[in-house]
Write a protein that binds this ligand. Structure first.
Ligand SMILES: [Zn+2]
Length: 75
């Protein structure tokens, strides 16, 4: 049966396509980061990029910070 699973960028496991991370990794994010990432507005994509950037840089899940309004320049 076709499923909508994709790869978790943190642990390379599988996750639901509509989720940013798998459940295990998501649970390790600090609560403020989860709250910020759960917002759905016109800068939601920039927060996701912010999350992915930190994952790529090897920031531990429990130290990841995602602001509701990204402070990093978009360039
Ligand atoms: Zn994961």
């Amino acid at each position: 049966m076709p499923d909508t699973r994709t790869v978790c960028r943190s642990c390379q496991g599988t996750k639901l396509a509509r989720h940013y991370l798998c459940g295990d990794c998501w649970a390790q994010l600090p609560e403020p980061a989860r709250t910020a990432l759960n917002r759905r507005d016109n800068v939601a994509f920039r927060r996701l990029v912010d999350l992915h950037t930190q994952l790529r840089e090897g920031v531990p899940l429990h130290e990841i910070e995602v602001a509701p309004w990204p402070a990093r320049p978009s360039t």
